[in-house]
Write a protein that binds this ligand. Structure first.
Ligand code: COA
Ligand code: AMP
Length: 630
């Protein structure tokens, strides 16, 4: 079957389609049915199936004779090291760490927070949790202690597995003091912390609570896989929403295996033995799905890359990794290519490497601008595939299924809906829009297997955030349109989420941090266009009456406060003091117009504005800090 027949079959008879795909997985108890609609609009997939994700990622490849094949290659220019772990070695490490967790009383359903840099132990930790049915929640290393504390409180982990440090170009980021501070701040304290000691910064361990990860693994008895209900959570991954409280996206274990496995051949066109590389971080959904689970489910070799596209040591690093490890499929965010293009516009580094193994490049995480797509295509001479998805779905909603049947590429569009996703464009009233008309991008329920069934501890928020605006649909939070060929175009977010260097961030969370500054009476944060990062946050600060300190001092404190409370990943570097914020007569801040002024694009005076003169003041303020150049 080609793309169109496959897609139509998935919508016409989801039950048959997804039961068929489930045959690719080894189950303890195979599903006899696919979809449970009894609690609609809450849906569950494979309600009677039992299986184990770790088994399917590791044990079964060893059992099938692939034990000597590389499972993970850790390529780390920042520590000048390269390590290969075979599937047999991975099985040994994962079962030992699972044994350590079990020995410390971590049981099926208990949560484990993982706070680690890009090292193989991060994947070993995820898989060890999966092995015993513990629910992991990986927190990105670029988040500060307070953000980590919020996540500890929300999921109340029994254990934390952390690295002693991460290595950013030019500096060592000590994770352990951040972890200690987070545990201090959090009400939910873990019983134990397992620490991976890294040479660049050894952590001091608190007796009775902290243990050396490798020492413990050396002593442990290996643990076997535990059968897990397909509807049980494999992990929780926190992502940014409108407020400072992140959303805990729950990933159901069974549907996730089936769906990811399907994508490996049909979308990414790889099979067992191929080398797959997603240059992202395990802290993001791309890292969960395509550094860890997807490639391992398919028996591929996955690359864990600890470095940056530029500066580690140069703009040719990506090409070196592709050539050296014979990468077949490469996945990253467009921002990484913008960084490379800025340093090496003619692509002189590309010619130095034998890149003949590479079949295709995949972009996701943010809008793939045509300049970057075209440049990448010219430099690499392979198809550049944009695909659109979210933490909530865990894999592509709209993509170009190269392995199933390549669709003609239209630059600017992530192409066509994947099986199970009935993507529609809706008006504010919930009516379907015609081809070429802009509206809210929504997906008709049910979503396919592996997508979020709920938010952790927050069923009401799940319903309100995603299922209420358009009854019968999942609201993606993106605006866009479908063309006459059914190609999707993503234009913007409809909420206060911004996308900085492919990282999803909440302006609401930054506003909460700024509002906590004693001199700030009111504030707003917007995402302004940036040639490298896609968007960067810009803060507007209205000071309390009587504050008489130099504005530059207050701005510097505010910048430091966001870095301290949210983390360096927020990339919050620009803020400006203004007298007032532009608002509607009902008091809503007009962020949309502020974005347009900052970007120097055309804007219309909102009919509901309270005082139009404020917009001139905003434009002047933005110009003072290098925006609104038009
Ligand atoms: N631990 C600690 N700090 C981290 C971190 C981590 N894991 N990751 C990033 N940071 C820090 C950075 O050092 C930087 O700090 P600085 O303000 O002191 O310079 C800050 O967070 C912002 O990081 P980032 O936005 O990534 O900017 P950058 O200048 O370091 O790198 C790119 C820019 C484009 C090279 C980089 O973002 C990149 O490669 N992105 C594409 C790939 C990707 O990760 N995509 C994610 C989803 S697919
Ligand atoms: P995240 O949950 O971090 O993966 O972020 C998801 C959001 O990133 C989406 O809702 C979009 O706003 C944006 N996004 C992801 N991929 C793309 C893409 N290919 N094109 C445009 N926007 C994208």
């Amino acid at each position: 079957m080609g793309y169109r027949e496959t897609y139509e079959a998935s919508l016409r008879d989801p039950e048959a389609f997804w039961l068929e795909q489930a045959k690719a997985i080894d189950w303890d108890q195979a599903p006899t049915r696919a979809l449970d609609e009894s609690k609609a609009p809450l849906y569950e997939w494979y309600p009677d199936a039992m299986g184990n994700t770790c088994y399917n990622c590791v044990d079964r490849h060893v059992a099938a004779g692939r034990g000597d094949q590389a499972a993970i290659i850790h390529d780390s220019p920042v520590t000048n090291s390269k390590t290969t772990i075979t599937y047999s070695e991975l099985l040994d490490q994962v079962s030992r760490l699972a044994g350590v967790l079990r020995g410390h009383g971590v049981l099926k359903g208990d949560r484990v927070v993982i706070y680690m840099p890009m090292v193989p132990e991060a994947l070993v930790a995820m898989l060890a949790c999966a092995r015993i049915g513990a629910v992991h929640s990986v927190v990105f290393g670029g988040f500060a202690a307070k953000e980590l504390a919020v996540r500890l409180d929300d999921c109340a982990p029994k254990a934390v597995i952390a690295g002693s440090c991460g290595i950013e170009p030019g500096r060592v980021v000590e994770y352990k003091p951040l972890l200690d501070e987070a545990i201090e701040l959090a009400e939910a304290k873990p019983d134990i912390c397992l620490i991976l000691q890294r040479e660049a910064a050894l952590a001091s361990l608190m007796p009775g609570r902290d243990f050396d990860l490798h020492d413990e693994m050396g002593r442990a008895d290996p643990a076997e896989c535990v059968p897990i209900a397909a509807t049980d959570p494999l992990y929780i991954l926190y992502t940014s929403g409108t407020t400072g409280q992140p959303k805990g996206v729950v990933r159901p274990s069974g549907g996730h295996m089936v769906a990811l496995h399907w994508t490996m051949k049909n979308l990414y066109n790889v099979e067992a033995g191929d080398v797959y590389w997603a240059a992202s971080d395990v802290g993001w959904v791309v890292g969960h799905s395509y550094i860890c689970y997807g490639p391992l489910l398919a028996g591929c070799t996955t690359i864990v890359f600890e470095g940056k596209p530029v500066g580690t040591p140069d703009a040719g690093t990506f090409w070196r990794v592709i050539a050296e490890h014979k990468v077949r499929t490469f996945f990253t965010a467009p921002t990484a290519f913008r960084a490379i293009k800025r340093e090496d516009p003619k692509g002189e580094f590309v010619g130095k490497y034998d890149m003949s193994s590479l079949q295709a490049l995949y972009f996701a995480g943010e809008r793939a601008d045509p300049d970057t797509v075209n440049w990448a295509g010219e430099m690499l001479g392979v198809p550049v595939i944009d695909h659109w998805w979210q933490t909530e779905t865990g894999y592509a909603i709209v993509a170009n299924p190269l392995g199933l049947e390549p669709q003609p590429i239209k630059v600017g569009s992530p192409t066509v809906p994947m099986p199970g996703y009935d993507v529609q464009i809706l008006s504010p009233e919930g009516e379907q829009m015609g081809a070429g008309e802009l509206g809210a991008v929504a997906i008709k329920l049910p979503l396919p297997p592996g997508t979020l069934p709920t938010l952790w501890n927050a069923q009401e928020r799940y319903l309100k955030s995603y299922l209420t605006t358009f009854p019968g649909y999942y609201e993606t939070g993106d605006a866009g349109m479908l063309d006459e060929d059914g190609y999707l175009y993503i234009m913007a977010r409809t909420d206060d989420v911004i996308n900085v260097a492919g990282h999803r961030l909440s302006t609401g969370a930054m506003e909460e941090a700024l509002a906590g500054h004693p001199d700030v009476a009111e504030c707003a944060v917007i995402g302004a266009a940036d040639t490298l990062k896609g968007q960067v946050p810009v803060g507007f600060l209205c000071l309390s009456k009587g504050v008489n300190r130099p504005e530059a001092e207050i701005v510097a404190e505010c910048v430091a406060k966001v870095r301290e409370e949210i983390g360096p990943v927020a990339a919050f570097k620009s803020a400006v003091v203004v007298d007032r914020l532009p608002k509607t007569r009902s008091g809503k801040i007009l962020r949309g117009v502020m974005v347009k002024i900052a970007d120097g694009t055309e804007w219309k005076m909102p009919a509901t504005i309270d005082d139009p003169a404020i917009l001139d003041e905003i434009g002047d303020a933005l110009q003072r800090i290098g925006f609104a150049k038009g």
